[in-house]
Design a protein around this ligand. Structure first.
Ligand code: MV4
Length: 648
């Protein structure tokens, strides 16, 4: 075994590899970019080498620097993780040329699977089923149109160099073929510098079922069963599971045999995945699965396989790379129970799943879940890398039990400091088709409206947020029963999505507070560490961080505090003008031309530095002009609102 390895990656996968290496007595070297200097993967490693700037092109894609770091630190092998250089054959060649071991397949094996048409030809020759279609060299438009006619519509045009759905076009009728071909070619050319395509029979509502394979350097090859990755959104996997719902022993045997044949055909060594597309319109049938592509790396979703097989796939990678034979034979591999993985992302579901950034002021995972994460509370989700926060992995004796555990794991996961897709994931676990195991790649898109629906904000949640915003959640009097010295009633302003919520918080007795908004009153009580809302125990709790309040109550409700001091910032405009005190987003404008305002009235909200600032009227007056509109990005000092000249 190696005494020291370098991990050419970051985030959760770097941490995952280091954990196993440590268990095996193997020392680890981290590499890191500027942005990652204080990251979890650096702190977990025995040694760490800085390799460049924050952008991946300046660091994690700098093969020569990474190899030099391995040589300098005396690491004997390089684990590439996934992404970055993991499937780059030139990098593998350079690693080997430097006298180091690449923990993964040979450069030739990666090359053999790099182009779709060549891979399909190779697989066809090896007896692996491939989707009916044309993957030949003749790229004439007419010839391809003829091939499409032979295959029968609908067909799918795919870029041979493609991935992630790029350069892919579904064509339903011959009349649409030539336009679709032109646009697929243009997209492929731009994305991959290669505009060759292949034509396939289009499989309606397919399932994505992949087989985990493993090879060694002694001719050994096994599969570790399947994962179902059909739950995707725009080619991003969302929840994966093993085994696949509805899988039969016969189908598994056929897919497993095909996967092992595929691995053997290229002399595969290490962890790999054979992706199959499955037509499950009439259930899983042995003549309805086809090779799509091979991923020549460890995959993000490998934990579900680990959970059902009990195999540490990273340990196998290290052992195989060190020259050992596969630790187990096919007959010794078995599936126990069922596992799910949900990918927790910092992303704004309401804004079309826009990646989010921010400092994770609070991060907590419940017990009973394996949370593979590359971040800790206090760490930042930066714009440079994938915004994944964690992979939540659960295992249970049956699919139903595992799904219930996943739902609980999601409900118990707490993140503050960034919006996340937690509620979306939780909605998925309750989606009837998914819950019943009726999965296909179109499930999410078909149900997207219901899955992203946000339940209505209740008075109870707002009341808890208000209490936390003024620090009453921390008052010791709740616990010990003496009267808290607070003003009898205080006004609290919090905001949510740019909307201001004004509440009055009134301390009635120790342990009892009334919060009113308009005419409606919510009674909040503190009993033995629990928050009771209008006489009902809520299970909620709150996390406050400088400007934000998060109420966790089955789901996370995020609020911003309206900083009362920020009322002053609008005063700087020298009489007539209300100016932006800092660059930011003009989130809300509360006045229109002609409105009469009093000094201190809130006129607008500026969102800047992750905080909402109220801009107040500098004096009594009348609004003469709005100089910026809601939603505008404004510069520091920009005039936003002009008041009419003072009469006096
Ligand atoms: C297909 C297909 C239907 N028919 N091929 C999408 C990504 C690329 N790797 C292959 N993909 C597909 N290929 C044929 N002949 C439908 C998809 C597809 C898909 C496949 C797996 C998982 C999710 C998907 C979502 C949309 C389309």
């Amino acid at each position: 075994m190696f005494d020291k390895i370098l991990i050419a990656n970051r985030g959760e996968i770097a941490c995952r590899v280091m954990e196993t290496a440590r268990n095996m007595g193997v020392k680890t070297v981290a590499v890191y970019s500027d942005a990652d200097a204080a990251s979890k993967h650096v702190s977990l490693a025995d040694e760490a080498t800085h390799i460049g700037g924050s952008s991946p092109a300046d660091s994690y894609l700098q093969g020569a620097r990474i190899i030099q770091a391995a040589l300098d630190t005396g690491a004997k092998a390089i684990h590439p993780g996934y992404g970055f250089l993991s499937e780059n054959p030139e990098f593998v060649d350079a690693v080997v040329a430097a006298g180091l071991v690449f923990i993964g397949p040979s450069a030739d094996a990666i090359r053999a699977m790099g182009l779709k048409d060549a891979a399909k030809k190779l697989m066809e020759k090896a007896g692996v089923p491939v989707v009916p279609g044309y993957h030949g060299d003749n790229q004439d438009d007419e010839h391809l149109a003829g091939a499409a006619d032979m295959i029968g519509y609908p067909v799918l045009i795919k870029a041979v160099a493609g991935g992630g759905g790029k350069g892919m076009r579904r064509v339903d009728a011959p009349a649409e073929f030539s336009d679709a071909l032109a646009s697929a070619r243009a997209e492929a050319k731009a994305a991959f510098g290669n505009d060759d395509v292949l034509i396939e029979k289009y499989i309606l509502s397919p399932r994505h079922i992949e087989m985990q394979v493993f090879g060694d350097n002694h001719g050994g090859a096994v599969h570790l069963f399947e994962r179902d990755c059909s739950l995707q959104r725009r080619h991003q996997k969302v929840i994966e599971e093993a085994p696949a719902p509805g899988m039969t022993l016969e189908m598994r045997a056929a897919m497993g045999a095909a996967a092992v044949q595929a691995a053997r055909a290229i002399g595969y060594s290490g962890a790999g995945t054979i992706e199959f597309i499955v037509d499950a319109t009439d259930g899983l049938r042995v003549d309805r699965f086809w090779f799509m592509e091979m991923n020549t790396r460890l995959q993000v979703e490998h934990p579900v396989t680990e959970m059902v097989t009990g195999v540490d796939l990273v340990a196998w990678q290290l052992r195989v790379a060190a020259g050992e034979a596969l630790p187990l034979a096919q007959k010794d591999l078995h599936i126990t129970g069922h596992a799910f993985e949900a990918r927790l992302y910092a992303e704004d579901v309401a804004k079309g799943f826009l990646p989010a950034t921010g400092t994770l002021t609070h991060l907590r995972f419940p017990t009973g879940v394996r949370a593979d994460s590359g971040v800790r509370a206090g760490d930042e989700i930066s714009p440079y890398y994938d915004p994944m926060i964690a992979k939540l992995v659960v295992h249970g004796p049956t699919r139903d039990v595992a799904l219930a555990k996943l739902e609980q794991a999601l409900a118990g996961t707490e993140v503050a400091g960034s919006v996340t897709n937690l509620d979306f994931l939780a909605a998925l676990t309750r989606q009837p088709d998914f819950a019943a195991g009726r999965v296909d790649t179109g499930l999410i898109e078909r149900n997207i409206e219901a899955l992203v629906m946000v339940p209505e904000l209740t008075g109870g949640i707002k009341a808890l947020a208000a209490i936390a915003a003024v620090g009453l959640d921390q008052a010791r009097g709740w616990e010990v029963g003496f009267t808290i010295w607070q003003p009898l009633s205080q006004a609290v302003e919090i905001t949510r999505g740019g909307e201001v919520i004004t509440l009055a918080v009134t301390t009635i007795t120790a342990g009892r507070i009334e919060v009113s908004e308009g005419g409606s009153v919510t009674t909040i009580e503190r009993r033995e560490g629990d928050w009771w809302i209008n006489g009902a125990k809520s299970g909620a709790h709150m996390v406050v961080n400088e400007n934000t309040v998060t109420v966790f109550a089955g789901r996370a409700w995020h609020f911003n505090k309206l900083d009362p001091l920020a009322r002053d910032v609008g005063h700087s405009g020298g009489g007539n003008l209300v100016e932006a005190p800092m660059p930011g987003l003009l989130k809300a404008l509360f006045v229109k031309v002609g409105d009469v305002v009093k000094a201190g009235d809130r006129l607008a909200i500026l969102e800047a530095m992750k905080m909402e600032h109220a801009l107040a009227a500098p004096r009594d007056g009348v609004v003469a002009e709005l100089l910026a509109s809601e939603g505008a990005q404004v510069e520091s000092g920009a005039a936003l609102i002009r008041l009419e000249e003072d009469e006096a």
